[in-house]
Design a protein around this ligand. Structure first.
Ligand code: PLP
Ligand code: LYS
Length: 448
């Protein structure tokens, strides 16, 4: 009896995930046995599938190339979703740029010799040191979030006798239908110069008047895990309205315009994959509509979009080893895995939904309900509150799909547990992107 993955499972899994031909009841990734990878590299183990990343980049490139004939487009991978030097090199090869939010991310890009002109430096509280680093390395654009940062960067640019490219981040007052912690463009959001108070327009005037910074354009980002195109369209429309207003007043016109990132991925409760082509088509329609209604005769700005999760989430899986199974009198049966909230805080922080599947003996019925819980000393350390699985036991491997985005970058050493190792695999090779942390790594940070 051959076992096959269901369409709902496939929607969440990397492109090269398959049932082994030689052992028809176990899973492979890019032809590598997951069981053997777990034995060789230990668990928890995060594994990224190169082909899925390459395919996701191509899907974005093609969607925007096809749809977006009005002007040029730059796709920046939002590296906060996951970054390593090896991944940065792959992203560069794929022709994408990078959105970074810290000196650390910038230095990883630098180590990978990432083309600096393709980098946007975001963040709502960049330090003077980080801004100096960005200028020294020659990043393409710095996205200004607030008045303090504008003053800080102007001063630093003056001292360094430079005229760095900047975008003004606008808080567009756009509502999104996503978790409260994932909203970034509403009226009370912490990011950007508010539009309705006139701060955004005033920031542009100040930059133009002072002449120290080279104002390239405007930016907004309304949130993440967005399944509808409306928030993007509203952001874009508000940015274009602002640009038209400022053009009439100052003659300045943006070279670049960005409605940010945030495109959703399939989840266990919504297993259809949101298609970037939908987003590309909606943005194109929105721009043409604005050209018409706002009577724009200037050359259209370059469109910048910043997908993170939708490039990397599905490419990554987490492999855990079950250390114990416990039935409670309250009726919940736990599977305790050797990772948890320190390598994936998302369920605890956002109520994010994950599913799980076994790696071996796939022929079994999924007929038992479990709570998949981590090893950390918190009752909230649940990776999955309830999932139906085969009658799984101590020692078995458990696979969590869509673990490629915002798990490892948000990881901690809670309970002083070393962080997992991270692999990048393709048919030919297994690269260790990050080695498993050791106790020596942990202890080396203490000063006495
Ligand atoms: C400014 C900005 N751009 C891009 C992103 C990437 O979002 P996502 O990974 O959901 O595509 C984020 C994160 O929400 C962001 O804050
Ligand atoms: N870290 C969040 C998203 C925030 C993205 C950055 N603004 C997540 O896991 O979904």
């Amino acid at each position: 009896m051959a076992v096959s993955l269901s369409p709902a499972q496939r929607a969440l899994l990397p492109d090269t995930m398959s049932v082994s031909a030689s052992d028809p009841f176990t899973l492979e990734l890019a032809g590598h046995s997951l069981k053997q990878l777990a034995e060789r590299y230990g668990t928890p183990l995060y594994i990224f599938d190169r082909a899925t990343i390459v395919n996701a980049c191509a899907q974005y490139r093609e969607a925007f190339r096809r749809e977006y004939q009005a002007s040029s487009v730059q796709i920046l991978y939002a590296s906060k979703a996951y970054l390593s030097p090896m991944l940065a090199r792959l992203i560069a090869e794929e022709g994408l740029g990078l959105d970074v939010v810290s000196g650390g991310e910038l230095l990883v890009a630098h180590r990978a010799a990432f083309p600096m002109e393709r980098i946007s430096f975001h963040g709502n509280n960049k330090s003077a040191e980080e801004l100096r680093l960005a200028l020294r390395l020659g990043v393409g654009r710095i996205v200004l979030d607030n008045w303090s940062e504008l003053r800080r960067l102007t001063q630093i640019a003056r001292e360094m006798q430079m005229h760095p490219g900047v975008l003004v981040r606008v808080a567009p007052d756009v509502e999104t239908d996503t978790h409260r912690y994932l909203q970034t463009g509403h009226a009370t959001a912490k990011f950007g110069f508010p539009l309705s108070t006139g701060d955004a327009a005033e920031a542009v005037r100040t930059i133009l008047r002072e002449g120290q910074l080279h104002l390239l354009g405007l930016h907004a980002h309304s949130g993440t895990m967005l399944r509808e195109t409306r928030p993007y369209e509203e952001c874009l429309q508000r940015l274009l309205e602002l640009a038209v207003l400022l053009h009439k007043e100052t003659g300045w016109w943006p070279q670049e315009l960005s409605p940010g990132g945030g495109w959703a991925i399939a989840t266990p409760d919504a297993p259809d994959r949101p298609d970037p082509a939908l987003l590309a088509a909606a943005l194109q329609r929105c721009i043409l509509h604005c050209v018409d209604t706002l009577k724009i005769s200037q050359p259209l700005p370059m469109l910048i979009i910043e997908p993170g999760r939708s490039i990397i989430a599905r490419a990554g899986i987490a492999l855990y080893r079950i250390g114990a199974r416990k039935a409670t009198p309250g009726g919940i049966t736990y599977l305790f895995v050797d990772g948890g909230m320190a390598d994936n805080i998302r369920p605890a922080l956002y109520g994010a939904l994950y599913t799980a599947l076994p790696v071996e003996q796939l022929e079994r019925e999924h007929d038992v309900s479990f709570c998949v819980s981590g090893r950390y000393c918190e009752s909230g350390d649940m990776l999955i509150e309830e999932v139906r699985l085969p009658d799984m036991r101590e020692g078995e491997l458990l696979l969590l799909p869509t673990a490629g985005a915002y798990c490892l970058p948000m990881a901690s050493n809670y309970n002083l547990v070393p962080r997992p190792g991270v692999l990048l695999v393709d048919k030919e090779t297994i690269h260790v992107m990050e080695r498993r942390e050791t106790y020596d790594d942990l202890l080396s940070r203490y000063c006495d």
